[in-house]
Design a protein around this ligand. Structure first.
Ligand code: ADP
Ligand code: MG
Length: 243
């Protein structure tokens, strides 16, 4: 289980999140929805400590940190090891081949030997349909292919939670569909996914849980059925804009 409790964050005068709390359960897909600027990325980045809240706490499985004071590197590592992030812009290393992009992280974090990592890279790249492009450089791939490599890279470290920040927003619909298919496969295998997206259909069909952010806090936390049936004015307004 992943739990953020009472997290707050301001950027200057902009109070982005105020006392937000949420729980992500294992083995299911949690989708985070909300208008642009509502703090979805910030919240997701808290889970991997790419961003630090000013207050509150984060616990993932048996590891926990409390925010507000200084965290040690060991504390940060203990929490970070549980998850891997997939970004909207793929963020592959352009000067590394596909197989290096995927196999180096588990070697660098000490999880696998070079030979094991190479084998694992082949396996996860096969899973995302990129197993025949090992020696390619990212620039020679389409956006959808790069994003599938980025998913393989996240899978290579075998994280408890896969965190996706608008993974298909930069892609043409056809290429986005390839990426979405990979995510649907992972969800159906019972992996724990946390997905920030504007893809309402994905939320409707794949999510077990929908979290809706608005005005600095969690405005809804429940099943997709409940979410789409909600008569909340804020949710209705969101759905008429993004749905
Ligand atoms: P979302 O992902 O829902 O669009 P974000 O979490 O990216 O929202 O951002 C929430 C708000 O915080 C926005 O107003 C954004 O401009 C602001 N923000 C995010 N990151 C920073 C930052 N590093 N510095 C200043 N403002 C930021
Ligand atoms: Mg965002």
């Amino acid at each position: 289980m992943l739990e953020l409790k009472n997290v707050s964050k301001a950027f200057g005068d902009n109070q982005v999140l105020q006392d937000a709390s949420l729980t992500v359960r294992d083995g299911e897909t949690t989708v985070i929805l909300g208008p642009s600027g509502s703090g979805k990325s910030t919240l997701l980045r808290f889970m991997n400590l790419l961003e630090f809240p000013e207050t509150g706490s984060l616990s993932i499985n048996d590891d926990a940190v409390t925010f507000g004071g200084r965290l040690t590197d060991a504390q940060i590592r203990s929490v970070r090891k549980h998850s891997a992030m997939v970004f909207q812009g793929y963020n592959l290393f352009p000067n590394q081949t596909v197989v290096d992009n995927v196999s180096l992280p588990p070697v660098l974090n000490g999880k696998l030997s070079k030979a094991q990592a190479r084998e694992r890279a082949q396996e996860v790249l096969d899973r995302v349909g990129m197993g025949d492009r090992l020696d390619e450089y990212p620039d020679n791939l389409s956006g959808g292919q790069q994003q599938r490599v980025a998913i393989a890279r996240a899978l290579a470290v075998d994280p408890d939670y896969l965190l996706f920040d608008e993974p298909t927003s930069a892609l043409d619909p056809e290429l986005a569909a390839d990426v979405t298919r990979v995510m649907v496969d992972l969800a159906s295998e019972g992996r724990s996914l946390v997905v920030v997206t504007h893809n309402i259909e994905f939320a409707r069909q794949v999510a077990k849980r929908v979290i809706f952010l608005a005005d600095g806090s969690v405005g809804f936390d429940g099943t997709p059925e409940e979410f789409f049936a909600s008569d909340s004015e804020r949710i209705q307004r969101y759905l008429s804009t993004y749905g």
